[in-house]
Design a protein around this ligand. Structure first.
Ligand code: SF4
Length: 292
């Protein structure tokens, strides 16, 4: 079998920065708390936990005092910073600069839109860490939509300012924007209502799907490596699946199945922005060792 690892897959710079920050802190101290999974990949979390990283929940965070805590790339709502200040917690902020920039834009939009009774819409996954952080910048008054059904949450007679979670696909964002425009006209007969569209998908993700399409077409079989919790992983896997019916989503080597492969296959290994390169290499070795 010919096996190729996609050069464009693997950690985005936001995740690289968060992991480098954690590793450099762990060189100075034996342990370090991290608020939530540092990356949506269990294998990488386990590797860092073996070095001393301790993942804590937001509930546990509220009870801690006088310590140091790492904030991961997804970003946090303002409340997290307030709690840290109150409890004398030093924050090592590894929030991705792109997410921080988006939070600032939402902050400003929320203030501007309050005076016109407008709505801040976030196209993203309800409950996702980044979305929770973004919502915090609207005092949790923003409206999260993830599909067409959620459009019922919107009052189409009022101004709308829409942002997307950074990891959503650009095509799905454009589709939902068009649906909003249609509903606006249908329900109000007016297409002149203030509708501000912000292009907030991350290029580290949106550009990858273009490369990934070609990569998925180039091989007979695609092994897509990602943590099950990764939103970006789900999006990129769908890109592969649309191009190549023999695409499989795996998180660990033991999930590989012998019957997927044929001797003459050309195998492509790729992954999400949260997939470590070492894990894709481990998959490659495991596939090589399959006795066909
Ligand atoms: S996907 Fe983009 S926004 Fe999200 S952490 Fe990576 S670089 Fe930052």
């Amino acid at each position: 079998m010919n096996i190729e690892i996609d050069n464009n897959s693997g950690f985005c710079f936001g995740v690289v920065k968060a992991i480098e920050t954690a590793e450099s802190e762990l060189k100075k101290n034996k342990t370090l708390y991290c608020l939530g999974d540092i990356v949506h990949n269990d294998a990488e979390v386990k590797r860092l936990e073996n070095k001393g990283l301790i993942t804590i929940s937001h509930e546990e965070f509220r009870k801690l005092k006088n310590t140091k805590i790492l904030l991961r790339a997804h970003g946090e709502p303002p409340e997290t910073y307030e709690i840290a200040k109150k409890n004398n917690i030093e924050l090592i902020d590894a929030s991705c600069p792109i997410v921080l920039n988006l939070q600032k834009k939402i902050d400003k939009a929320y203030i501007d839109f309050s005076s016109v009774h407008g709505q801040i819409i976030i196209f993203g996954k309800e409950g996702h860490a980044e979305v929770i952080g973004l919502l915090g910048h609207t005092e949790n008054k923003g409206i999260v939509i993830s599909n067409e059904k959620d459009l019922k949450k919107i009052d189409f007679s009022k101004p709308i300012n829409i942002f997307s979670q950074t990891t959503k696909s650009r095509s799905s964002y454009h589709i939902i924007i068009e649906k909003i425009k249609e509903r606006m006209i249908r329900e109000t007969g007016n297409d002149e209502i203030n509708f501000i569209i912000n292009d907030s998908t991350c290029r580290a993700v949106s550009n990858r799907d273009i490369f990934l399409k070609d990569f998925a077409k180039k091989h007979n079989i695609i092994i897509f490596v990602s943590g099950k919790k990764s939103s970006n992983g789900k999006v990129l896997y769908e890109v592969c699946r649309k191009q190549n019916k023999r695409s499989y989503f795996v998180s660990e080597t033991y999930e590989l199945k012998k019957e997927w492969f044929k001797k003459e296959d050309s195998v492509g290994i790729c992954g999400a922005t949260s997939t470590p390169t070492w894990l894709m290499q481990k998959m490659k070795s495991a596939i090589k060792n399959i006795n066909l």
